[in-house]
Write a protein that binds this ligand. Sequence first.
Ligand code: 1CP
Length: 345
Amino acid sequence: MTKQGFNDTFLRACRQESVPHVPVWYMRQAGRYQPEYRKIREKYSFFEMSETPEVCAEVTRLPVEQLGVDAAILFADIMTPLKPIGVDVEIRSGVGPVIDNPIRSIEDVTQLKALHPEEDVPFVLEAVRLLRDQLHVPLIGFAGAPFTLASYMIEGGPSKNYHKTKGFMYSQPEAWQALMDKLGEMTVAYLKAQIDAGAQAVQIFDSWVGSLNAEDYRAYVAPVMHTIFGRLKELADVPTIYFGIGTGHLLQEWNRLPMDVIGLDWRTSITEARRMGIEKTLQGNLDPSLLLAPWEIIEAKAKAILDQGMEQPGYIFNLGHGTYPEVEVETLQRLTAFIHEYSQQ
Ligand code: 1CP
């Protein structure tokens, strides 16, 4: 049952149905480019914010109200479910996730606990429940993908080349497999709980998996992604989205996974992906750096992307990666209005 006045264009586009306009939302749409966010963030740490359901719901709603986007994404982090399974993680301002006890061996993997969402992350589920009552657009739940989570768990923080992660993968393949299996189970449990609480779509962020070539992706990562998306399809009837940076060379592999929407970064155009035979819904892919350019340039690029996306049903406008703190709120407001207006049918 949909609420009266509920805007379901995003869900319709996920399912490749006709839409009155192209739906749009932005990765990292809640964040430091918003003065209201910065004000709240002065008072709380990142995890204090996301662990307080009322605050979490407030910052999740902020971009929906301010920008007029067609979907909300839960305010949390891909690291959120790692704390209860035994990972000592904090989010450092201007840096990102930092982990004091990085994974080095099979013993470290064995010590990781299973996630019990209702006991371990009740605040996430409570925020989802609050938001479902408050929102008139779909709520996207999310999780990090095993490779990308493992990259932080093994490196101990952000990385440029992921060489410790890949070194672990190549030299301790059994420990790697055990880690993928554990994180895969955690991801299914976490997303299933978000869906049961009310999330109407889920996105899995595999931001850093583009650092692998297609052969290694197939050997070391594709099996767990197959299991995760396959299990989600059995357990729930909501659209699933898979996103990564620099993953153009992996799209054929992705096309074989049982999921619905591929999130593209700016390196692979919508037309190129279609030419490669990708028939899933596509989401993307304006380079977020463009948001710092004069409006005429942003508009011309957005128009070019829309022209490609609108060639067939199943297209969602987004950025190719998250917004930056330097972006002006007005720019995103104007862009959202432009996407809606230009794509109106
Ligand atoms: O608005 C939203 O998009 C929802 C909230 C959200 C999401 C979906 C946050 C809040 N983080 C994420 C996902 C996330 N977190 C990803 C996948 C998407 C991506 O590639 O950007 C990744 C890799 C992280 C890890 C992370 N957390 C980073 C990146 C570090 C790196 O390796 O470069 C950072 C900076 C964080 C902290 C964080 N998470 C979210 C916010 C708003 C912030 C900044 C916190 C602050 O200091 O105020």
